[in-house]
Ligand binder design. Structure first.
Ligand SMILES: Nc1nc2c(ncn2[C@@H]2O[C@H](COP(=O)(O)OP(=O)(O)OP(=O)(O)O)[C@@H](O)[C@H]2O)c(=O)[nH]1
Ligand SMILES: [Mg+2]
Length: 366
């Protein structure tokens, strides 16, 4: 699919900031397997009430569509149901084949693509239904406003169809929730059994692509998929790590590798993973993995912290700067200085360096 990317940022956004947003959006599109053929950044402080982007920009995009043959316009922000409806309506009226998605649509599509287990698929289906509800409701509201020109028969047909659609969604939602409850019950039993064995759990959290799964693989004998893609991991994997102790008895801890976070990830999408995240949310310690080679380290740390606050995770944290093989000593030194208050540990999951220090810090926390 050929994609035109449109991102709206306030006037005061620095160039490097919106470039960073754009790179991330492009990475998301690439993860979905599509190609960005055109990028548009628009600076405006208040989004357009009707279409978010503004009709002028949309006209421009529609003309481009003719020239470059794009299929999809992705808006890098989170839009209101009415706004996405108006954009698609505008495209339809202009007889354009373009469709519009917002950021949440794109992330949901990636989730759909990466969901491999039956439970993951159910959770994502549920998230998609929840995401569609306000849009359907809005579509109904908008179309019923146009009724005055309709015949009675048309109105009746349309109302009946909408009712069928709503009922279908409601029934689907109920069925999915019932199936998910079965999984949640099994998981709760496993959690109880781990508690009885007094095994401590550590949740590996962090921005997407920070290297969480790579670290999980390096510390345990698991093989979790780690690749240069956003949201490579969607599900929780649990692995056992052994830490040597001075009394030679050693300690075992459980590591949870889960979905990564990203800016503007709506809490409703995180909640879609609530059953698989339950284990992690109840963990004893958080290992916050940070990509040290990222130019926007501070911002990414803040986004992860904000997301954790939204899901009420308040455990003690160990901050781990990963990928130090990609940066020079001078950068490490300045990061150490800048983030001194976090007491971070600097490692490379690739080269397996500074793992002893990481393990002994973990030991202090459990
Ligand atoms: N150079 C270098 N690359 C690394 C290191 N750790 C991870 N990577 C690379 O970074 C990319 C992302 O790694 P993952 O382990 O999949 O990251 P993740 O945080 O699990 O990502 P998501 O599951 O998508 O949120 C992969 O291409 C890894 O090979 C490291 O220490 N050094
Ligand atoms: Mg991962």
């Amino acid at each position: 699919m050929k994609v035109i990317l449109v991102d709206i940022v306030p006037h005061w956004t620095k160039d490097e900031e919106h470039e960073d947003r754009m790179i991330e959006l492009e990475n998301l599109v690439a993860t979905y397997g599509s190609l960005v053929v055109m990028k548009k950044v628009q600076k405006r402080n208040t989004p357009d009430y009707h279409t978010f982007v503004g009709s002028g920009k949309l006209e421009e995009v529609m003309h481009l569509w003719d020239e470059i043959g794009a299929d999809l316009v992705i808006i890098g922000n989170i839009l209101k149901p009415a706004q996405i409806f108006h954009i698609n309506e505008l495209f339809e009226k202009a007889k354009s084949k373009l469709k519009a998605w917002d950021r949440v649509d794109l992330i949901l599509k990636i989730f759909e693509l990466h969901a491999t287990s039956p439970e993951a698929r159910l959770q994502i289906e549920l998230a998609a239904i929840k995401h569609m509800w306000p849009r359907i409701f809005w579509m109904w509201l908008e179309l019923s406003r146009q009724w005055w020109g309709w015949s009675w028969a048309m109105r009746w047909l349309w109302e009946t169809n909408t009712e069928i659609m709503k009922r279908h969604l409601r029934e689907n939602e109920k069925k999915i929730l019932e199936k998910l409850q079965v999984y949640a019950k099994t998981r709760a039993q496993h959690r109880q059994s781990r508690k009885r064995k007094e095994l401590k759990t550590i949740w590996i959290v962090g921005y997407t692509n920070a290297g969480k799964s790579s670290l999980m693989n390096a510390l345990t004998h698991k093989w979790v998929l780690a690749e240069n893609k956003l949201f490579a991991t969607l599900w929780t994997s649990v692995g056992k790590m052994y830490i040597e102790t001075e009394d030679y008895k050693g300690r075992e801890v459980l590591l949870n590798d889960t979905i990564g976070f990203i800016r503007e990830l709506p809490p409703s999408l995180i909640k879609a993973f609530s059953s698989t995240l339950e284990d992690s949310i109840e963990s004893d310690v958080l290992l916050h993995i940070i990509d040290a080679s990222d130019k926007k380290v501070g911002e990414k740390i803040q986004i992860v912290e904000d997301t954790l606050a939204k899901i009420w995770a308040s455990q003690p944290r160990i901050y781990v700067f990963n990928k130090i093989d990609l940066i020079d000593d001078k950068t490490i030194k300045s990061l150490k200085k800048e983030f001194k208050n976090l007491n971070p540990i600097f490692i490379s999951a690739f080269d397996k360096i500074w793992f002893d220090e990481l393990k002994s810090t973990i030991l202090n926390y459990i």
